[in-house]
Structures are given as structure tokens and as C-alpha cells.
Design a protein around this ligand. Sequence first.
Ligand SMILES: *Cc1c(COP(=O)(O)O)cnc(C)c1O
Length: 357
Amino acid sequence: MTAIWSVDRQNFINNAQSVKGNNNVMSVVKNNAYHYGLEFAVESFLEACIDTFSTTSLKEAVRVRELAPEATIFLMNPSYEFDTVRQYDIQMTLPSLDYYYRHKEQLQGIKVHIEFENLLHRSGFRTLDEIHEVLSAIEQEDEDHRVIVEGLWTHFGYADEFDVPEYQIEREAWLKIVDTLLSEGYHFNLIHAQNSASYYREEGLLPHHTHARIGIALYGSRPYSSLDQSEITQALTLKANVIQIRDVHQGDYCGYSFAFEVTEPHTRLAVVYIGYGDGVLKTRAAHDVLIHGRRFPIRALMMSHMFVEVDETVHAEDEVILYNGDIRIDEFTFKGVSANSEQLSALNHHSLIKEIR
Ligand SMILES: *Cc1c(COP(=O)(O)O)cnc(C)c1O
């Protein structure tokens, strides 16, 4: 009766293949591959012919190297463990001029991607002048003892926003950096900027880009609501069971602290064995679940249980779907429950049974 988190592996791989299409994709496997599990995700992406990975954590990058000896692995955060980065052939961001000058000795032989800051202001070189400065500083070093410039990248802060002009602004600023450096004769083996939202709204790669750096679409959620459901498939199911049915009456309060007041003369409540302790977000409780292919409303969410208002077709032991291909996480993201990745990250793999089918 314990609630189950399960993934259909073949569906997951098929989705990755379809997201990739004919483009090169750098799959983002940060935070334990959006909580799907690093090993599962890396192996599935390799099967989908995706052999480039990126994460924010050096520990994860090293694990990816063990799982994928031939892969290109990109660390999006700067590290200070230079020997490990070199030993596992991890490519890494070059996040600022200051970082370069401080660590240029330790960076010898490490492959870096120069990062352009743009509107997110989380990391990166601020201007073309700063990028020129580092490129010429590197050229002045002895060829055998310098950092290796392998790539050029940025991260958009507004690709998921359609109502403000910021995405167009950061996009133009970035494309100008790329165009200028390429026209000056610089070459980069990897040029990447686009997250899932940017990749879909541009209908593929931006000019001169070698890869899109994709997370959420590979994990089965749409980055924005106007994208058709058929573009991305969710392979994840989260399901629980009805423990018992309770009949309640007008004026009864159900759940802690008056959570649900019965207003109908007679109401059937299913007590379902899953709750926020399993990672179901509180905001999710304002919406429906799926039982026998029909939608029923959640009435109260507790730590390990929830009440769902049902009719006479629902009985003890019936299966209750919180999420699957027909009741998708992204549906609730667009209803304001939370970001797709937030619901994925919250799911409690210690209390849920985890199955990969
Ligand atoms: C998380 C992340 C991505 C992937 O974003 P999605 O919206 O999940 O596709 C790409 N680039 C960076 C720098 C990230 O941190």
C-alpha cells in the first residue's frame, strides 16, 4: 500500500531522443538528475545518443565520468579542487577575470568554457572587453602551461518569460558576443546557452551554437504552457492507494484544524495513503487526482494521508494517481503549484517505493 514513484525507462529514453531530435544536446544532470537518479539518467541519456553532460557539482561530475568514460562533462560552477577536475577530465566554467588571475597556475591543462554574465548576474564575464582581456592574457602564457579554452557559454535568466522584453535583450547581447568573437577568428569547440525554454522557443539551436543545455524537457515537463503536450512525454508516475472510504455529513470538519468543511448533506471521502511527507507539495492540494481515469478533488493534505472527495465508484484499495502521462506535473506548474523541478525535487525517495520499469 506504500505509495510508489515509478519511471517507464523506455518512455524516458524515447522522450530524450525526441527532445534531442537532430541537435546536439548537453543534458543537465544537476541535483541527482532532477531527482531521477544520476545513474539512471546518465545511462538512459547515453542510450538516447546524448553523450554530453553538465552539472553544478564536482562530486556528480566525477560520478558521471565513472558511468560514462568517453563523455564530455561540463561543470557549470567553478571548482577549487583543480587536481580532481584535471584527473577526471572535467571541463569547467571560467566564471570571471578575477578567478582566472587568482588561479591561472592551478588551471594549467584544464579545459574551460568562458562564461558571459548577462542578465542573471549569477556568474560570468561582464563585457566583451573582459573576455578579450582574458583571451589575450591566456595567449601570452606558454602554450604547454596554459588553461585550454574549449567553450563559450551563457545562461539566460528570462527564457521562460514571454510577457517582458528581457529574453530578447539577453539573447541579442549574447549573440553579439558570439558573433564578434567568431568574426575576430576565435574558435570554440562548444558554444551553448539555451535551456529547455530557449531551445523550444527558438525551435532548435541558436546560430553558431554546438549544443543546447537541456534539463527539464529531458525529464518530461514542458518549460512553458503554450508548448503542445505532445512535444514532451512524462515517463514518471506517482501513485498511492485508498486505505478506506469515510462517509461524512454536512457541518463535519475533516482533517487538522478545520481543513475541509462538508457542505453537502452527504459526502464520500477517500483516505489516501500519501502526503506532504512523501513530497506532495502543499499547493498541489488545491487540485485533482486521477482514479479509474476520472478526476476527483483533493480536500485536505496531511503528512502521510490525504482526503479526496469521491463518488460511489471508488473503493478501498483503489489506485490514486497523483502524476502520470495523463495528469502531468507541468499541468500543475502552469496552474501555479510550483516549478516542475521543485515538485520533482521534493518527492521523498526514502518514504516512497522507487521502481524503474
Ligand atoms: C538548470 C540549468 C539548465 C537547465 O535548465 P532547464 O530549464 O531545466 O532546461 C541549464 N543551464 C544552467 C546553467 C542551469 O543551471
